[in-house]
Design a protein around this ligand. Structure first.
Ligand SMILES: C[S@@+](CC[C@H](N)C(=O)[O-])C[C@H]1O[C@@H](n2cnc3c(N)ncnc32)[C@H](O)[C@@H]1O
Length: 244
């Protein structure tokens, strides 16, 4: 293995072993803050340069962004749906918020990005601002059950009743329960596309069972087999479900 790939693998393993990753959304060694400083220093102030800078940084210090390979599947899903109202659960350092919002071309189109960590919310706001996309991304700090009213208000401000596109990329144990909260509050409906990342690693068995088995008739679902972010030797998949 090349030295960079070894370092990347090592930083992946140390992140996975870190007690703070799952609790606080950060790897525990300051890499997310360092990434922010790196973006502010070297990236040009446009989305492509910001994403490229983050992808390059993640080649040596692994980050849990959707990354380049799965990012292309996300891009295609956005092209197919052309959403105006997007909800993202899990912002981390803002990579996917930049990736998604840079492709929204409808007037007023917005990504509402929910992030539990205050530090990650701050990093995301700065990364998004550097990419010149602050008018298309609203970062909400917290978890869904506490933020449903705020998210509903923001959605209604977009003149929409339901989200066109939901990107699930937060705690995999919450994919199903948070989807059910959205459903219960009428925030998803016919035509909503739900894109679920990391359906193989680490996986979300309850969500998988729901969309592919117990409630399969409620959705048109496609699973794309792909590669894990920045570690191509690991298999992963994404599940894209359109609500009927
Ligand atoms: C995989 S990362 C998101 C990566 C990002 N979507 C991207 O592709 O660039 C997961 C993020 O979800 C956040 N998170 C974890 N559980 C959450 C929850 N219940 N609600 C909101 N955010 C959560 C973590 O703090 C972390 O920043």
């Amino acid at each position: 293995m090349a030295p960079e790939a070894l370092t990347r693998t090592w930083t992946f393993l140390t992140a996975m072993a870190s007690s703070t990753l799952w609790r606080e959304g950060q790897a525990g060694d300051g890499r997310e803050q360092e990434l922010l400083q790196h973006v502010l220093k070297v990236a040009e102030k446009n989305p492509q340069s910001v994403m490229k800078t983050i992808d390059q940084y993640a080649q040596r210090s692994w980050l849990m962004n959707i990354g380049e390979d799965k990012g292309l599947i996300l891009d295609q899903a956005l092209t197919d749906r052309k959403p105006k109202a997007v909800l993202e659960l899990g912002a981390y350092v803002g990579y996917s918020a930049v990736r998604i919002s840079s492709q929204l071309d409808q007037p007023g189109a917005t990504v509402i990005s929910l992030e539990m960590s205050a530090d990650n919310s701050n990093i995301t706001r700065q990364v998004v601002a550097h990419a010149g996309l602050s008018d298309k991304v609203q970062v909400v700090e917290g978890i869904l059950k506490d933020k449903v009213e705020e998210i509903t208000r923001l959605l209604h401000e977009l003149d929409a009743k339901t989200f066109d596109f939901v990107f699930l990329d937060h705690d995999k144990n919450f994919y199903l329960s948070d989807f059910l909260i959205l459903k219960e509050h009428g925030l998803v409906g016919k035509g909503t596309v739900v894109f679920a990342d990391n359906m193989k690693i680490p996986g979300s068995p309850l969500y998988r069972e729901y969309v592919l088995k117990t409630n399969a008739d409620d959705f048109d679902t496609v699973e794309h087999k792909t590669r894990f972010e920045y570690l191509r030797w690991l298999p992963d998949s994404v599940i894209i479900s359109t609500c009927k």
